[in-house]
Design a protein around this ligand. Structure first.
Ligand SMILES: O=C(O)[C@H](CS(=O)(=O)O)OP(=O)(O)O
Ligand SMILES: [Mg+2]
Length: 230
C-alpha cells in the first residue's frame, strides 16, 4: 500500500482514498455519537452553516468545538457526549480541524474519518477494499499534530501488518501538544476524561465513512465486512 501523510494545506488534488485523522477530538467524538445512537453526522462547512441546518431541522443536534454557544446543543468532548441519548438523531458537527479536513477531500471516492477508537475497523476497510494508494489527512496543526500523525501511521501499518504494536503510537499521542492542552484546561468545552477517551484503542467495532448526500457531507458508521483469510 502506497501511503501519503498530508496536512490540510498540502491537499492539492482530490485523492482516490482518504483517511482523515483527528484523534483529539473530532472523530473520537463522532464515534461516541454513533455509540450513543446517532443515525448520521452532517459535517458542516461553518458555524453559520451549522446554525442554518438547525433552523431548517430543529430536531438535529448541533455540536461545535470550543466553549458552549447559543444555537449549539453540545460541545466537542467525548467525556461530555458519552452520557447523551442520541438515538436516531442527526448530529451536525463543526470543529477547527477534523471536519475541515474531511470536507477538503470530499471529492475522493472513499473518505474514512478516524481516530484510535476506530483504528482497526478503519485498517480493515483499507484491507478488504484492497486500497493500494491511500492519503492520510493529518488534520491538526497543518499536518504536524503528533496525535494525528501517530494514529495515521499506526492505521497505515496495521492495514498491512496485523501484528503492529500500538503502544509506541499511543504514547506519542499521549505526549502531544493537544493532549497537554486538553489536560491543562487550555482548550474549552473539555471533560477531564477526554484525553484518556481519545486514546482508547479500538473502543468501537465500526469504521466511519463520509459520503455526499444532497450536497451535504454525511458521516455514517460502517460495520464489519467479510475479510478473506482472517
Ligand atoms: O475540539 C478540539 O479538540 C479541537 C479544537 S482546537 O483545535 O483545539 O481549537 O478541534 P478538532 O477539530 O477536534 O481538532
Ligand atoms: Mg484535533
Amino acid at each position: 500500500m502506497e501511503t501519503r501523510f498530508l496536512g490540510i494545506p498540502e491537499l492539492a488534488e482530490a485523492p482516490s482514498v482518504a483517511v482523515v485523522v483527528d484523534v483529539m477530538r473530532a472523530f473520537t467524538v463522532a464515534a461516541w455519537a454513533f455509540d450513543r445512537g446517532a443515525e448520521k453526522i452532517v459535517l458542516a462547512q461553518s458555524l453559520d452553516d451549522a446554525l442554518a441546518l438547525k433552523a431548517r431541522h430543529p430536531d438535529w443536534v448541533t455540536l461545535k468545538d470550543g466553549p458552549p454557544a447559543p444555537g449549539f446543543d453540545a460541545v466537542n468532548s467525548p467525556g461530555l457526549l458519552r452520557s447523551a441519548d442520541l438515538a436516531g438523531r442527526t448530529v451536525v458537527q463543526k470543529t477547527t480541524a477534523g471536519t475541515v479536513g474531511a470536507l477538503a477531500v470530499r471529492e475522493a471516492s472513499l473518505v474514512l474519518c478516524a481516530g484510535f477508537v476506530v483504528a482497526e475497523a478503519t485498517a480493515r476497510v483499507l484491507r478488504t477494499r484492497e486500497c493500494d494508494r491511500v492519503t492520510f489527512v493529518v488534520t491538526g496543526e497543518d499536518g504536524q499534530a503528533d496525535e494525528d500523525l501517530a494514529c495515521a501511521q499506526y492505521i497505515a501499518m496495521r492495514a498491512t501488518e496485523a501484528g503492529t504494536e500500538a503502544a509506541g503510537f499511543l504514547r506519542r499521542a499521549g505526549e502531544s501538544r493537544a493532549a497537554a492542552e486538553l489536560g491543562e484546561g487550555v482548550r474549552q468545552g473539555v471533560h477531564p476524561d477526554d484525553v484518556a477517551l481519545c486514546l482508547e484503542l479500538d473502543r468501537f467495532p465500526f469504521a466511519m465513512v463520509a459520503t455526499s448526500e444532497h450536497s451535504l457531507m454525511v458521516l455514517r458508521p460502517s460495520m464489519r465486512s467479510a475479510e478473506p483469510g482472517r
